[in-house]
Design a protein. Structure first.
Length: 342
């Protein structure tokens, strides 16, 4: 049995399941099966590494049974080139086969992988966002908390009465902006939302491909936050804009940050690296960004940790390595790069 199974895809196919895979390290991003197979066969690097690992959600269900889908949240180490360490994946697959055989969806499967070293539990925001996104994909109704969240964002409860709004309700609302009047209500409410709602909401919107019309509003809000030196509002704008198809607007906000005197704030820099990383595929912007990181003085390891994070991302890696050889660097950036190798 184990001899024919070389990949997780094969394991899931052999068990007769329908399945899909998502990256959930940075954004929740569906990985198509061809891409996932190429990752598993180490033909391509993992596209969204985080802290040296691939963070995956694999959702699968037995075609014959009408039960809810199962989900494995899995964390696998990556090598220096961000390719999957196959031995870890094989170890996991063998553990599954030993514990469950190919009966990975039956009653027997419950709790059998609880102590598996590759299984992890996402944080509450990520879990809520994933649950909400999956319900949309499966065309299922939202959780019981959704209607109350809709009522809240419509303004009918008063924006100060946020205490009874559940995180899962905020996630369901964020994933369903094209339903009912949700987008229009959110646009009207945005400027009045208290920080207690703004923070979990932006943690949901970072997984949503928001419409350009709302992205333009968020850009204006972010520019205003820079003027007012409001780092909480700025981080919320950056996170919320990070997955919009209108990436030109995200880039405009990042550029405005890098030109401003908020360009050495650790939360802001970490948000750009962690969430708006695709804007750093531009070599010039990346240069300016790394220069800002080098000028950051509060946290000594910030430059090193951001460099280590970004150099693992395949679409950014060549530009960042190119920066090491670049002539016209500031003295501060040159020193910070020197410290990486000392």
């Amino acid at each position: 049995m184990t001899e024919q199974i070389a990949t997780l895809g094969q394991l899931l196919d052999a068990a007769g399941t329908t399945w899909r895979a998502f990256d959930i390290g940075r954004h929740i991003t569906k990985l198509d099966k061809k891409q996932f197979l190429a990752i598993e066969e180490t033909k391509i690097p993992y596209p969204y590494p985080l802290a040296g690992h691939a963070w995956l959600a694999i959702q699968f269900w037995d075609v014959k049974a009408s039960k809810e889908p199962y989900v494995w949240f899995l964390k696998f180490p990556l090598d220096e080139q961000s390719r999957l360490v196959s031995a870890s994946r094989d170890h996991f697959a063998n553990m599954v086969i030993e514990a469950l055989g190919t009966e990975i969806t039956g009653e027997n499967a419950e709790g059998k992988l609880d102590n598996n070293p590759y299984v992890f539990t996402p944080n509450a925001n990520k879990l809520a966002a994933f649950n909400a996104q999956v319900k949309c994909l499966l065309k299922q109704s939202a959780s019981q908390y959704y209607e109350y969240a809709q009522l809240y964002f419509s303004g009918k409860l008063g924006f100060d009465n946020w205490q009874s709004v559940a995180v899962q309700g905020i996630a369901d609302f964020a994933m369903r902006l094209d339903n009912d009047n949700n987008l229009a209500n959110l646009q009207a409410a945005w400027g009045q939302l208290p920080v207690e709602v703004l923070q979990p909401l932006s943690a949901m919107l970072e997984h949503v491909a928001i419409e350009p019309v709302f992205a333009e509003q968020l850009l204006a809000y972010g520019l205003n936050a820079i003027e007012n030196k409001d780092d909480i509002a700025l981080v919320a704008a950056l996170r919320s804009l990070s997955k919009t198809p209108a990436q030109g607007l995200t880039a405009q906000l990042v550029d405005a940050v890098l030109r401003s005197d908020m360009n050495t704030q650790s939360d802001v820099l970490l948000t750009i690296a962690g969430r708006c990383f695709s804007t750093l595929e531009d070599p010039e912007r990346l240069h300016v960004f790394m220069d800002c990181c080098a000028h950051h003085t509060e946290i000594e390891q910030l430059f090193v940790s951001i460099f280590t994070d970004l150099v693992a991302i395949p679409s950014i890696r060549p530009h960042l390595l190119g920066l090491l050889r670049k002539e016209n660097r500031s003295e501060t950036l040159a020193r910070a790069i020197g410290r990486l190798f000392s």
